[in-house]
Design a protein around this ligand. Structure first.
Ligand SMILES: *Cc1c(COP(=O)(O)O)cnc(C)c1O
Length: 416
């Protein structure tokens, strides 16, 4: 009989969004007359930009001809896209990324989940808390998390609290980790780090031989100056950081699927015999063995994002969502809530009022106002006492939700 990887059994079967769906459908049955407004799940709602659709159509038609047909492509991605990425995402910020260090994929979630395969089981992993659950759960699967801790965390993972008290700026670790995950701008808190604050992390990683896995999925949402869009804008980062990017949130590729990782030739880790070895050949080996590449038509669609029209269209989509973010921030503030994020990210993070826990606030918002959000505790122990709303809804629904809130008045009167 096959033996199960016991590390999988450590993971709780019920996933945050499944719990939410369950509570929402129970509410629906009880109140079929109420129109629910969903400001919970982090999926986009705007259609794909017209230039992306045109590129897709064209690439599809090519497949009908003997000359244009493409079978297996390079596992690392087509040259045309890797060059467009280096030129479009990095060169304008003064960062020289070698297209050869870019690995195109079907999305950042897979890359972030898969990358931990390159590390030994003994590595100590640090995450900010609250955190995107993929970093933690994939390390549980990799056997690096130890046992479940009482507060909902894991004994083997180092948690770096990000709360209102520290302004969502994580303190440097007390104990040296081997691998540090940073997601900036952050999901779920919607906050980010300024240049000097992030430089401290790069300096720390260099001084302590740590590796930073930098998730820049929300880079396109940065509105303020002085905030790095890429970790490679910081001095020395090309020695210690791997960067993950996605076409999902800026360009609406959540269904189409495309992302990429930058693994600079200069980023190294230690082998058991003490040798320092570059990670890039290992990632290349992993991808060429287990992955056969992002579809050609999708890579052509991604390339179109870098055309002048594509850029304009993406900017318009991001503007659209960021207008929602402002609407949500203002609406919640007027109801007497403490609100964070939503300035350089499509997420609004709020402090649950009156000492309510995250799930209690979820119920108050659902039962009292028919609005669905996400309990902060689902993102880690330090998410308890917080709540996430997203700006990815339609403007109409977002405004409708805020009208309900305005009509209900101060939060203390929301409970039915
Ligand atoms: C949405 C998201 C991603 C991107 O996921 P894809 O697989 O590219 O769709 C990556 N990181 C974070 C934190 C996200 O929220």
């Amino acid at each position: 009989m096959a033996q199960i990887n016991d590390d999988y059994l450590k993971l709780s079967g019920s996933y945050l969004f499944a719990d939410i769906a369950h509570k929402v459908s129970a509410y629906r049955e009880k109140h079929p007359e109420t129109e629910l407004i969903r400001l919970g799940i982090g999926d986009v709602t705007r259609p794909l930009p017209p230039s992306v659709i045109r590129a897709l159509h064209k690439a599809v038609d090519e497949q009908a001809t003997a000359e244009g047909f493409r079978g297996y492509g390079p596992e690392q991605g087509y040259r045309f896209l890797r060059e467009a990425i280096a030129e479009g995402d990095f060169a304008p910020r003064g960062v020289a990324v070698d297209p050869d260090d870019i690995f195109v994929s079907d999305g950042a979630k897979c890359d972030l989940g898969n990358f931990q395969e390159l590390f030994g089981r003994e590595n100590v992993v640090a995450v900010t808390d609250p955190v995107y659950p993929v970093y933690v759960d994939s390390n549980v699967m990799g056997g690096r998390a130890g046992t479940p801790a009482e507060n909902g965390g894991w004994s083997g993972i180092e948690y770096l609290p990000c709360t209102a008290e520290n302004g969502f700026v994580p303190a440097l670790p007390l104990k040296r980790p081997d691998v540090i995950y940073l997601c900036l701008p952050n999901n779920p808190t919607g906050t980010t780090l300024k240049r000097a604050e992030l430089q401290r992390w790069v300096d720390y990683a260099r001084a302590n031989q740590c590796l930073i896995l930098f998730d820049a999925a929300y880079e396109a949402y940065i509105r303020e100056d002085g905030i790095p869009h890429s970790i490679y804008e910081l001095e020395g980062a090309e020695e210690v950081a791997v960067e993950f990017r996605s076409f999902s949130k800026p360009a609406g590729f959540t269904g189409l699927r495309c992302g990429y990782v930058v693994v600079p030739e200069t980023v190294k880790a230690r082998a058991a015999d003490g040798r320092m070895m570059p990670l890039k050949p290992l990632w290349n080996r992993r991808q060429t063995t287990k992955y056969n590449g992002c579809p050609y038509i999708v890579q052509r669609a991604a390339e179109a994002v870098y055309s002048p029209e594509g850029r304009r269209e993406v900017r318009d989509n991001v503007d659209y969502y960021m207008k929602n973010a402002a609407t949500i921030r203002d609406g919640l503030r007027a109801a007497g809530l403490d609100v964070y994020g939503g300035v350089n990210a499509p997420y609004i993070w709020l402090k649950t009022p009156g000492g309510m826990d995250s799930w209690r606030f979820f119920e108050v918002l659902l039962e009292g106002l028919g609005i669905v959000g996400t309990p902060g505790v689902g993102f880690g122990p330090n998410g308890e006492g917080y709540f996430r709303l997203t700006a990815f809804g339609s403007q109409e629904n977002t405004q409708k939700a805020m009208r309900r809130i305005a009509e209900a008045g101060h939060w203390s009167s929301w409970e039915k």
